[in-house]
Design a protein around this ligand. Structure first.
Ligand code: GSH
Length: 206
């Protein structure tokens, strides 16, 4: 059976869990990472020398990087709806996923470490303000793009919506000043109707 290494509070682990739920995949999960077993333990480093969760083990395959894992799972299950076989449509899905994991991750990092994780070494108010402003600018861009999209990011629900939904959830749960973004909220409300998303976007998670 598929084995997932990582605590469920991790946004990157939840991408994988949400994808498994959408596909209907059974898995075992072990808690690793902050608050649980350290990813610096030799047992974990043997799976992922980067010491980061999630890791997925599927038979002989050892998989790292949440987006790559989600794409692997969808492709293996033959779920063209989640990851299109058509290369142009697939690139569109991947572009959304990559935008979140690159630009959004960079923007929110400081604010999340300071305001959610409350890390003592992230206490510079200027940097918090900068992170918040960059994050809100990206979300405003996202909101504008959503204005012209009917339901989901790439037509029907796809893997593109997984990092995007969790990114919006994180934005809403972080104690920052947020502009009112109606398209983001419409899209988020729609995503919340999916039982698999509702499981990973509750009060318990940032
Ligand atoms: N690019 C990686 C990032 C993974 C990552 O940053 N994981 C964090 C949790 S979200 C982690 O392992 N933190 C260390 C820990 O929890 O001990 C991915 O998308 O999988």
């Amino acid at each position: 059976m598929l084995k997932i290494y990582g605590r469920v509070s991790s946004i990157n682990v939840r991408k994988v869990l949400w994808t498994c739920d959408e596909i209907g995949l059974a898995y075992e999960r072990e808690d690793w990472g902050a608050g649980f077993r350290s990813t610096k333990e030799a047992e974990f480093l043997a799976l992922n020398p980067k010491a980061l969760i999630p890791v997925v083990v599927d038979g002989d395959a050892i998989l790292t990087e949440s987006n790559a894992i989600c794409r692997y799972l969808a492709a293996k299950a033959g779920r063209d709806d989640l990851l299109p076989a058509d290369l142009a449509r697939r690139a569109e899905v991947e572009a959304w996923m990559d935008w979140i994991v690159t630009d959004h991750n960079m923007a929110w990092r400081y604010a999340v470490q300071a305001l959610v994780r409350k890390r003592a070494d992230y206490d510079n108010p200027v940097e918090i303000q900068k992170s918040e402003a960059e994050w809100n600018t990206l979300m405003a861009t996202f909101d504008q793009r959503l204005a012209s999209l009917p339901d989901y990011l790439c037509g029907a629900f796809s893997l593109a919506d997984v990092p995007a939904g969790l990114a919006i959830h994180r934005w809403l749960k972080t104690p920052i000043q947020r502009p009112g973004l109606a398209n983001i909220m419409r899209y988020y409300t729609q995503l919340q109707r999916r039982p698999a998303f509702a499981r990973y976007a509750g009060e318990a998670f940032d």
